[in-house]
Design a protein around this ligand. Structure first.
Ligand SMILES: NC(=O)c1ccc[n+]([C@@H]2O[C@H](COP(=O)([O-])OP(=O)(O)OC[C@H]3O[C@@H](n4cnc5c(N)ncnc54)[C@H](O)[C@@H]3O)[C@@H](O)[C@H]2O)c1
Ligand SMILES: O=c1ccn([C@@H]2O[C@H](COP(=O)(O)OP(=O)(O)O[C@H]3O[C@H](CO)[C@H](O)[C@H](O)[C@H]3O)[C@@H](O)[C@H]2O)c(=O)[nH]1
Length: 331
């Protein structure tokens, strides 16, 4: 019953590894530390430094640790970089995940949870976005994840893979005990960049665009706490395992995509105002042109995850999200 966490030295993977470990479950992390950090690795969890595209290594790990499920976080995930180097994204995300899925099939590992993204939807046609919204990614990063989603039903049909693709909206916040948090280099995300200003590491927060069709002209996003994401992963895995135990035939098992978001939207300026209150820092601003590829509004419908997984985001409050991130940033 051991779960392999790829990308467990990264932001969301390390929080999920902590949650599984805290729940007494057996976990192993595989990470090549390309964008992750040794200091995010949870203590007491076996760690293998290596590449998810290395089938021989994967076979060894699956067999020696008795892996029966994989939570797959490892990926490149910078939208801007993907516009410059699309091939890197199709190889690192789509092709390496094909190797991972093929090796799982060879060894008989059946459960798979994918870190997918709101970027698979592209420009929203209706809000809130539910899972039936058309998938028309506007950048190679989103397409590299959509292509993985397209592969999954074929592995399901042919080899019985049972999978859930969790489409996160904007992951934010940090472990409430300060054991992990958001670390990216370069950091492109809004909240950690605001906190860098509060810490004096940046002079001002650049705001990309003030002319969006939103009440204050800045983009609206759905921020979901990373601890709630971690919990959803555990519930997704429990759901797949329980569905099989209860004797459902393969077609009844609800492999499929699920949005993970809080279902409420905040503008960039609202996030900054909240961060000003939390940090007691003025956060100077610098207005900049729109960032290419940013949709005006992204807000999830999270009804499916609530209904199917009984998932309930518990740290929805933007203030709590920023407080936990702030505690980690100061460390
Ligand atoms: N952060 C967000 O807001 C967000 C939103 C939607 C989806 N996602 C997805 O969630 C996942 C995790 O995101 P994150 O923010 O934690 O990213 P991250 O960069 O912090 O973590 C990714 C981890 O994967 C590792 N990795 C990358 N390529 C690897 C490879 N070939 N072999 C082994 N390890 C490899 C990195 O070293 C890193 O530790 C990604 O798949 C990302 O696309 C993130
Ligand atoms: O320094 C900054 C950083 C961001 N923003 C703005 O803040 C909002 C949020 O930006 P983030 O970079 O924090 O997040 P994104 O919405 O761009 O991206 C997130 O959501 C995407 C889905 O569209 C992908 O899933 C991606 O992996 C994930 O990080 C955007 O309007 C962006 O323009 C700024 O104004 N200044």
């Amino acid at each position: 019953m051991t779960t392999l966490i790829t990308g467990g030295a990264g932001y969301i993977g390390s929080h999920t590894a902590l949650a599984l470990r805290d729940a007494g479950q057996d976990v192993v992390i595989l990470d090549d530390i390309s964008t992750g950090f040794h200091q995010l690795l949870p203590s007491g969890v076996p760690f293998i430094e290596g590449d998810i595209g290395d089938s021989t290594l994967l076979q060894e790990v699956f067999q020696s640790y008795g892996i029966n499920s994989v939570m797959h976080f490892a990926a490149r995930s910078l939208v801007g970089e993907s516009m410059q180097e699309p091939g890197t994204y199709f190889l690192a995300n789509t092709a390496k995940t094909a190797t991972l899925l093929q090796t799982m099939a060879q060894v008989g590992v059946k459960y798979f949870i994918l870190s997918s993204t709101a970027a698979v939807y592209g420009e929203p046609r209706a809000l809130p976005i539910d899972e039936n919204h058309p998938l028309q990614p506007t950048n190679p990063y989103g397409l590299s994840k959509k292509l993985i989603e397209d592969m999954l039903p074929w592995f399901e049909k042919a080899q019985g893979l049972q999978w859930i693709s969790l489409r996160y909206f904007n992951a934010a916040g940090a472990d409430s005990q300060g054991r992990s948090g958001e670390m990216h280099d370069p950091e492109t995300h809004l909240i950690p960049n605001i906190l860098k200003v509060a810490l004096g590491e940046k002079e001002a927060l650049q705001i990309f665009g003030n002319d969006y069709p939103t009440p204050d002209g800045t983009c609206i996003r759905d921020y979901v706490h990373v601890t709630d994401l971690a919990k959803a992963h555990m519930q997704a895995l429990e759901y797949l395992r329980a569905s099989e135990k209860s004797g459902f035939s393969r077609n009844d098992i609800c492999s499929g995509p699920m949005n993970l978001g809080s279902s409420s939207g905040y503008s960039v300026l609202e996030v900054i105002e909240t961060a000003r209150r939390v940090t007691q820092h003025p956060i100077p601003l610098q207005w900049s042109p729109r960032r290419p590829g940013d949709p005006a509004v992204l807000v999830a419908s999270n009804e499916k995850a609530k209904e199917v997984l009984q998932w309930q985001p518990e740290h929805n409050n933007l203030e709590t999200i920023i407080e936990t991130a702030w505690r980690f940033a100061r460390k």
